[in-house]
Design a protein. Structure first.
Length: 157
């Protein structure tokens, strides 16, 4: 039987590292949080179909889209459900993502997002790793043109 409190804290720590990796531009740390293949569904944000991609591709896409921005990823209201039979876990958390263009005067250019994520975790060599990421966008605020992934896709605020 899984120790629920222990595993919930471990999953929370993985998510904290995952979101911190965006803000610190620590792409190695981000990669360490992921399974070798990741199902990524950002269709509510990017209007692109969900897909299973390599973790390296996932990280490179985020690096390209966000490398020039200052970001702050916040997650809250984490709920974790463990499946002791499959050694998997599902997690849901709300998010607030702040993005700023550091070249803009006095924070004139920003693009913030609000919503919730659903994650699936697999136990890999005794550590929890993210295998599925599904973003459910509630609302954007600001100028989407500063976000590398939305520039060519016409996402509106």
């Amino acid at each position: 039987m899984l120790d629920t409190a222990h595993h919930t804290l471990a999953i929370s720590a993985v998510l904290a590292r995952f979101f911190q990796a965006f803000d610190d531009k620590n792409w190695t740390m981000m990669r360490e949080c992921l399974c070798d293949e990741v199902f990524a569904d950002y269709s509510s944000f990017l209007n692109v179909p969900a897909a299973t991609i390599s973790a390296d591709t996932y990280v490179e896409q985020r690096r390209e889209a966000l490398q020039y921005l200052e970001t702050q990823h916040n997650f809250l209201n984490l709920r974790v459900e463990l499946d002791p039979w499959t050694q998997t876990a599902a997690a849901r958390c709300n998010y607030v993502i702040h993005r700023f263009d550091p070249t803009a005067p006095a924070g004139d250019l920003y693009f913030h997002s609000y919503g919730h994520y659903c994650f699936t975790f697999l136990a890999v060599s005794g550590d929890w790793k993210i295998s599925h990421i599904v973003q459910h966008l509630l609302r954007n605020h600001g100028n989407p043109d500063i976000h590398g992934a939305t520039r060519s896709r016409g996402t509106t605020a």
